[in-house]
Design a protein around this ligand. Structure first.
Ligand SMILES: [Zn+2]
Length: 96
């Protein structure tokens, strides 16, 4: 039995976070903070599972519709702000 399901929201959010943080040159972008931003975003967004056996599953996802895209960006921007204000490490520990 092969289970081939995947939460597409995860890849989608990871790509978006990489883009959004470019607009925030002052925030910490260490692995810990980036992972915190992705985690926060995913916890505030619905999961979007697809059966990876189906070839066109990705393109049929509603996350690629403009109105959903805008909502997801808002959550990611919020996540960047929340995490950058409350990093899980002190400034001294900041990894460059
Ligand atoms: Zn950091």
């Amino acid at each position: 039995m092969a289970i081939q399901v995947k939460n597409c929201m995860e890849d989608f959010v990871i790509d978006l976070v990489k883009q959004v943080i470019k607009s925030y040159p002052d925030i910490c972008t260490c692995d810990q903070c980036i992972n915190d931003i992705v985690t926060w975003s995913l916890n505030h967004l619905p999961a979007r599972y697809v059966n990876t056996n189906i070839g066109d599953a990705y393109t049929r996802l509603d996350i690629y519709k403009q109105e959903h895209y805008t909502d997801i960006i808002k959550i990611v921007v919020q996540a960047v702000e929340v995490v950058s204000k409350n990093p899980h490490h002190t400034k001294k520990d900041k990894q460059e």
